[in-house]
Design a binder for this molecule. Structure first.
Ligand code: ATP
Length: 632
């Protein structure tokens, strides 16, 4: 497929806010895509170069892009920077530069999706000496083959800042629409709308409605059966190429199909693969997709509870029974084991196996089962000194050499709390009771760097309170409360797992902009613009500025990190790639027309940088609304 086709869709997506229209645009793109491009398309449409589980990083900053633009067009870097300042956006700037250039030269070869993908892969793979200039040449090659508008989106994609408002849910719905709309059926048959109301039958009597319609269109229909869920069979009637169903069931079938696509994505973390399977193998193919060892899945997240009573209300299953566990303060890890191969992944799906060889060995010693995926919290724990602060632990993640020395300096323990996969079987559809008891049965308690999380099952509030107190006395962050009868939902923040902590609610927000300081602080970026996540569109929305509460050391550290993420400069202000996530405390949430979220934080201050989080973990606008509601 020509890249220009995708660009047409980007423009349409950019110009509408309607989720229905957006779904329609993306699904058309999927339908018209040659099969071999579907995989690439499913990533690029979300502004991602690769599927998430591969965890490939382009590692491109604005400096490299400027060099690449200069190389591709022969325009001096200084001029590129000037145009950038002028336009305020590097994508817009490159569009103008390429436009001017095109008037003087003949168009070169056509840009295709496969060329874009090929070069993105080479960029991510470039390592070692000479890798920078290799990356520049690869981007320059793309810009050199691009029409002005294409160049704009290439630059935005490479900067991971596409800004067209396409989130996960939209891609899922578009896959359903593109490949399964005939299963959802038409609401019209020969111009005659078949709804419950029109045939005058009570909606309760769906079965009868089905029979009724079947009788009416019998001669020309062919009955097909599709097993859409674990709990039943949906019948669809095909008539002269068009599938027909009773309108009352349309929503139900559509929702089930969305559930099937979502599940396929949950187990694969790869929309490219999901789209391909949907188009080639249909519903059945998607249902057969499953977790694969060494391909990390996104973790299930918790909600916050304000009191023990609320927590029990949220997670209590039969007779109010709930599972309580210590909330350890460390790094969430997902550990995959196949025989003697073990890999450790973070919740951002990054692999950190090499940094923790002692955990690899401990897992091999503690688990005899051939194939497992377990989840737990990796905590810095020194038998002499007790729990180590998170900052120490994060040093171990960054350290790629002299690992032996680190093992002694910063010893770790992993507290396991979930079992996701065991010997060929995914357990995510099983309830926690089954997952936890199975996890218990497969841990040999011989190595103390692998432990089971402290766990109590009770419906008794007093017992729960003392467990909570015990966790705090032992310097844990708080406790988690979990519903024992619920499944594991990858990538979701579910209401049936909640955390209870004594501290005031903080927010995890992305830094999306900043300002150069003045006087003594002129070389440092400060006054950080914060943003929360609009989950529907996948867009970050500003929610205020954080200007106080930093030590000089913190400012310097943050500046060093953020400097590489500048995507636009305007006088003293800079726009940043949203890569740095911070935990922010505040006095109050206020309504404010000044920021895109419609809210502002009063007296926001930095608690800590959340190095293990990505943009997907940023607190949502819904959560802000909820907190705001609670305040008043
Ligand atoms: P927080 O900032 O409170 O750590 P978070 O956004 O990192 O929250 P949540 O899902 O909201 O993640 O809170 C649960 C987190 O607590 C998990 O991601 C995990 O890293 C950690 N954790 C520690 N102990 C447990 C446990 N026993 N069960 C589940 N999660 C645990």
């Amino acid at each position: 497929m020509d890249y220009s086709e995708l660009v047409k869709s980007y423009k349409k997506l950019e110009s509408t806010q309607s989720t229905l229209e957006k779904t329609e645009i993306i699904s058309k793109l999927f339908i018209n895509s040659p099969k071999e491009d579907l995989d690439t398309l499913a990533h690029l449409i979300r502004g991602k170069a690769f599927s998430e589980w591969k965890n490939l990083d382009l590692g491109i900053g604005k400096k490299l892009i400027i060099k690449a633009i200069s190389k591709a067009t022969g325009i001096k870097e200084e001029k590129v920077k000037k145009e950038w300042k002028n336009k305020g956006d590097l994508g817009d700037a490159v569009e103008v530069i390429v436009k001017n250039k095109k008037q003087q030269t003949l168009t070169t070869k056509k840009l295709t999706l496969s060329l874009v993908q090929e070069n993105l892969e080479k960029i991510a793979g470039a390592e070692g000496s000479g890798s920078q200039s290799k990356k520049i040449s690869l981007i320059a090659e793309l810009i050199g083959s691009a029409e002005p508008e294409e160049a704009k989106y290439i630059v935005r994609t490479v900067l991971e800042n596409l800004r067209i408002g396409v989130g996960e849910g939209l891609v899922r719905d578009a896959i359903v629409k593109a490949f399964f709309s005939e299963l959802i059926g038409l609401s019209e048959l020969d111009g005659y709308e078949i709804t419950g109301q029109q045939v005058g039958i009570d909606k309760q009597l769906l079965g009868s409605i089905s029979e009724y319609r079947l009788n009416k269109v019998k001669e020309k229909t062919e009955l097909i059966e599709i097993d859409l869920s674990d709990d039943g069979i949906s019948k669809l009637w095909k008539k002269e190429g068009a599938d027909v169903f009773i309108t009352d069931r349309k929503k139900e079938i559509e929702d089930r199909l969305k559930g099937i696509v979502q599940h396929a994505y949950d187990v694969s973390t790869d929309f490219g693969e999901v789209a391909e399977v949907a188009s080639k193998k249909g519903v059945q193919g998607l249902r057969e997709m499953d977790i694969e060892l060494f391909r990390p899945i996104r973790v299930m997240l918790a909600q916050k509870s304000d009191s023990m009573e609320d927590a029990f209300e949220a997670v209590g299953s039969e007779e109010g029974l709930a599972a309580l566990e210590y909330k350890y303060d460390g790094i969430r890890v997902q550990i995959h084991k196949e025989g003697s191969d073990v890999k450790i992944f973070t919740r951002r799906l990054e692999e950190i196996t090499d940094q923790f060889p002692e955990i690899v060995n401990a897992i091999k010693d503690s688990i005899d089962e051939e194939e497992v995926i377990v989840e737990g919290e990796l905590v810095g724990f020194d038998p002499q000194k007790g729990y180590l602060p998170f900052q120490k632990l994060s040093k171990r993640i960054k350290r790629k050499y002299n690992i032996r020395e680190m093992i002694e300096k910063i010893p770790v323990t992993v507290y396991l709390f979930d079992l996701i996969y065991c010997n060929g079987n995914s357990l995510i559809r099983q309830n926690l009771r089954i997952r936890w008891s199975k996890l218990n049965s497969l841990i040999n308690k011989i190595d103390n760097s692998v432990e089971l999380a402290s766990h109590l099952e009770t419906s008794d509030l007093d017992k729960a309170q003392s467990f909570y107190q015990k966790a705090l006395d032992e310097n844990q962050e708080g406790i988690m409360l979990k519903n024992l009868s619920k499944r594991y939902k990858p990538g979701s923040r579910v209401g049936y797992m909640v955390k209870l902590k004594p501290v005031m609610e903080t927010l995890d927000l992305a830094i999306i902009g900043a300002e150069w300081g003045e006087g003594r602080r002129r070389d440092w970026l400060g006054s950080y613009k914060l943003a929360c996540m609009n989950k529907e569109t996948g867009e970050l929305k500003s929610i205020g500025k954080m200007a106080t509460g930093f030590t000089d050391e913190q400012l310097e550290e943050l500046t060093n990190k953020l400097e590489d993420m500048i995507i636009q400069e305007d006088g003293r202000s800079v726009k940043l790639k949203p890569k740095v996530i911070v935990e922010v405390a505040y006095e109050e949430i206020q309504e404010s027309p000044k920021y895109e979220s419609g809210y502002a934080l009063r007296f926001p201050r930095l608690v800590a940088e959340r190095e293990t989080l990505g943009t997907g973990d940023v607190d949502t606008l819904d959560r802000i609304r909820e907190l705001y509601g609670k305040q008043s």
